[in-house]
Every structure is written in structure tokens, then in C-alpha cells.
Design a protein. Sequence first.
Length: 402
Amino acid sequence: MNVPSVSQRIINTDVPHIEIVLNRYAHLDPPPANLAQGVSRWNPPPSVFRAASDGSLSETRTHKYNAVLGLADLRDALHSKLEQDCGLDMTGQEIMVCAGANQAFVNAALALLDPGDKVVLPRPYYFSHLCSLQLAGACVEYCDFNKATLLPDMAQLRQLLRQPEVKMVVITTPGNPSGAVYSRAMIEEIAQLCREHGTWLVIDEAYCDFVHDGAQHYSPCANALGFDSIIHIYSFSKSYGLAGWRVGYMVYPQRISEHIQKVQDTVPTHAAVASQRLALAASSGGSSSSSSSAWVKQQVAALHTCREAMWSQVSPYGTVRTNGAFYFFVPLPGGPASEDAAIELLAMQCGVLVTPGSAFGAPGHIRVSYGSLPEPECLEAIARLGRGLRSLAQRAENGPEG
């Protein structure tokens, strides 16, 4: 009997790395501490719980279809936030609310890319970006990173963009998994290169509120740069603790809105109305965007203790002290060949889950999160991580016979 096959496209798409790690060690009792997943440790702000209990979610309009672009009042609030907090001139720009930042990226990939189009993706990349590009049939060209900064090797990026018909460049700032924050000068150079070569620039800014040690996040303004081919992607999952509600948004030139809406209308139709209402409550802080921003800054500042504790454990191994997100990207003492064994040792002997660097195109590293667990649990997990890293370093020093 002939059995129909799945598509070659899906066969060629990368695996869901976080799910693999979680499922592999789900049998352990007690369960390992999860430093692998990028989820904020806090619940949403109080304004969200007030909105959830004020009766608005039971209104009939919450249960009906709504606008493909998203609720008008949420989009208005985001318009003000983007202009005031991010410094964007929204003239000629459109906002679409999506079912999370990942879905926003899929919208961009499907609307802007044809099968075989070249896309430059700097390592270490966010693995969901790679999966989305593979699903779109893109030809991915990887750009290496500067080991001292975990930012793109600009000489190689310039060379890649000199190739004919590069359709898109994708960057993430602050970086996931790296935590690296792109400088304004670097972003503007990349934007200028894309402008010169007729290339889309997609910027994932899901961690825009997560900057440390005086670092600043920069969102490039298309109008100020005279370059109307920038896509911005944002999320409510990290800053506002709304990961389970699946709501994010994208900003793009109005000239392509008709085409982006084709994807949105076909896939989710629109983000869930209930999720959008709670996102509006989160972003308004119950009264103003300024109180909302202050609440987020307070949550991010409270990560300091865990950030410093983790840095003390990972710094001996050549880790770069990056200033964004809530990750460190740690070189393994034994190099790329030791990655699987390291993940196993940390889970089985130390009770800590981490994400392999190969998931991000950088084998021989692990991504560890200091923002996912309540502080007491996180500090204990960090101590166990440190013991595991010291054990791995000892093994590497002694060699396979040690």
C-alpha cells in the first residue's frame, strides 16, 4: 500500500529544540530546574488581572471575529508607545497585532519571500527564525559572529550583501541567545547596506526592554533613515509576562499591508480578542503607558541578583558579558564535541536544563537563562550549574582518559 509522505519542506525544517530538551528529561523526579526556556519569571501586571475580572472578557464582542490588523484601541496605544518610547516616526507605517512575535515573523517570511530567495541570518540566531525561513523555502546564508561581542562579523556581512539578490537580512537585538545589544551605529550601517542593495531588514525586538549595565536599545526609524523597508517585531510575552496568551505585534510599511494581511487572515484571522484586551491592559498599566513602562523596568531591574550570580559561575569559561535579554551564551569547556554530554551531565547529575548551542547555529555553547525562575529557585539552580561547569572543565582538562 502506498503511504503519502509529508512535505520535503517540513522534513528540511529544523526541530523544536526546547521541546526536545524538556521531553528528554521529563521523567526525572524531582524535575530539573529549567534554565533552558526563555520565559519571564513574573506574572502579568496588576492591570491585567483587573481587566480579566471587570467583565469585559464576557462581552459578546470578545467572542466574535474582529479586525485582521487587531483591536483599534490596542493599535492606537501601541502607536503612541512606539513614537514615545522607541522614537519611531509612524508616518506611513502600519501596526498589526499577531498571535505572538513568532507568528509576526512567519507573516513577514511568507509575505516577502519566494522559495529560493536568499536571506542573511547572523549566528547565533534565534532558532524559530531559522524554522520560519525554512518553511518559507528560503535559502539561508549564515553570517559568523565576532567571538568578543557575539555580534555579526560586519566584514562578512558586507561581503554577503554584495552577492546578487539577497532578499532579506534578519537581526535580533537584544540577542537571543546571546544577549548582545546592537549599537545604533551598527544597526544604521546594516540598514544602509540593505538600502543600497534593495534588501528587507527584519529586526526582532522582543527583548527591547531588557537592557543592563547602562546599555540602550535602539529601534531604527525608517523615515529618519530614508529607508522604507524595515520590519519591526515586538512581543508581550517577555516584558509583560503574557507568554501563554500569545500576543505580539509587527510594524511595517503601509505599502505592503495588503500582502501581510493575506497571511494574517489565512492563518489566525486575527490574534485572540481576549489576549488583545489583556495586552491593552498591560501596555496601559491601568492608566498610562508611563506607569506600564515603569512596571516593566522594575521587573527587569530585579533580575540583577540572579544575573550577577550567574555571571560569577559562567565568566571563567570565556563567556561574553553581554548587556541584554536574560541570557548568557556560555562556551563549553570541552568544545563542540562535548555538547551532548554536557547537556546530559547538567540534567542528570546537577538537575539543570540548558539549551544546546547547536540550536542557535553555534555548537559548543549552552544558553542559560537567569530570568525564568523565581529568585530563590534560580540562585539554587545557578549554584548547581556552576558545579556542573566545573566538572566539565575538569573533564576537559584531564582528557578522555581522565
